[in-house]
Write a protein that binds this ligand. Structure first.
Ligand SMILES: NC(=O)c1ccc[n+]([C@@H]2O[C@H](COP(=O)([O-])OP(=O)(O)OC[C@H]3O[C@@H](n4cnc5c(N)ncnc54)[C@H](OP(=O)(O)O)[C@@H]3O)[C@@H](O)[C@H]2O)c1
Length: 318
């Protein structure tokens, strides 16, 4: 595994991190979840990305991670980064959702209890909720650090100007924003204009989620919708209606290019994200150990020729 320094900080992240949004809940196979986490760590993936609401049901990914961690990885606590987040609906009533101090503080304590950890390495505000003043949310993050419950803090899904305000507020209180977590993949390139310039200016790392567009940018849907796939499970945001003929045609052409590079499409899609110098790490989600091993192979070739990059742009142009 190769590691990148996270923005201007002294913390290194593995180029590939593992996310537990899907495939680690109570409706998934605990034995496969255990194997994926252990295989990840054995291959140098030292960073696991959680949130309060991951499951289903919400909270179960943290509970399952906690069980696996206690049984397999506890002795390696200082070799591992665990991240969690709060900001989306988690419990009933006005305090179980959004980015208020009340929600974030309660949610952090719940997440620590579910995982059985003493602290999170990284804790994020999961979103700007459109109402809560950024100062209130950032002060809550600062206080988590002061309380020793989080070593570093980050933000996710913040619009550009709110992200700027957040970074500035943190900086003024001597708690830097470590990381911005946002969606970046071959189909979603808005961070190139929206987020990367601020990251560079402020020395904040960028960690890309859904680098495979939830499985679209792999060979998963090239020959129909397989049983057990994210679309078939129907518990998430990737829907059958997203698999339009136009999208599948682009995927097929990208797959041909990947074959010419002697890579799977998943490998090439991850390599393309990692080829961007603004990206500190990609968070992959996997439903099996073979998928994880395939994704790790992306690191063997993250170089693209100008002709390949041009071909990719042509395939993706509307
Ligand atoms: N901050 C946020 O708001 C936010 C939002 C979304 C995600 N995230 C984080 O980012 C992580 C990754 O997101 P994601 O799960 O959407 O990532 P993704 O890597 O884009 O998609 C993961 C899915 O792609 C398929 N896949 C993965 N590797 C494959 C391979 N080698 N070959 C074929 N198919 C493959 C699997 O689908 P099947 O299940 O069908 O096998 C897997 O579940 C999450 O777990 C979470 O930690 C954060």
């Amino acid at each position: 595994m190769e590691y990148n320094f996270c923005g201007n900080s002294g913390l290194q992240l593995p180029k590939i991190s593992l996310g537990l949004w899907h495939n680690f809940g109570d409706t998934d196979r605990f034995d496969e979840a255990t194997r994926m986490i252990c295989t990840a760590f054995d291959n140098g993936i030292t960073h696991f990305d959680l949130a309060n609401n991951y499951g289903p049901p919400p909270g179960s990914a943290e509970i399952n991670f906690g069980k696996i961690f206690a049984a397999q990885l506890k002795a390696h606590r200082d070799e591992i980064l665990v991240a969690s987040k709060a900001g989306y609906r988690m419990w009933n009533g006005p305090y179980g959702d959004g980015s208020s101090r009340k929600n974030l503080m309660a949610s952090l304590d719940q997440s620590l209890r579910r995982t059985g950890l003493d602290y999170f390495d990284i804790f994020y505000s999961h979103r700007y909720d459109g109402v809560t003043p950024v100062e209130e949310t950032m002060q809550a993050l600062i206080d988590m650090v002061r309380q020793g419950k989080a070593l570093y803090v980050g933000i996710s899904n913040y619009p550009r100007e709110k992200a700027r305000q957040a970074c500035q507020y943190l900086e003024n209180q001597n708690v830097r924003c470590l990381l911005y977590q946002g969606k970046y993949n071959l189909f979603e390139r808005s961070p190139e204009q929206e987020t990367f310039p601020l990251n560079r200016e402020k020395g904040v790392g960028y960690i890309a989620f859904s680098p495979l567009a939830q499985g679209l940018l792999t060979n998963r849907y090239l020959h129909g919708i397989p049983a057990g796939s994210r679309v078939r499970k129907g518990s998430g945001f990737l829907l059958e209606e997203h698999l339009t003929p136009a999208v599948l045609e682009k995927v097929r052409r990208l797959n041909e290019l990947a074959e010419k590079r002697s890579q799977s499409l998943a490998e090439m899609s991850l390599a393309w994200v990692l080829n961007n110098p603004n990206v500190t790490s990609v968070i992959v989600g996997t439903s099996s150990v073979p998928q994880l091993r395939d994704n790790l192979k992306a690191l063997e070739n993250t170089h693209f020729t100008p002709a390949e990059l041009q071909q990719i742009n042509e395939i993706l142009s509307p």
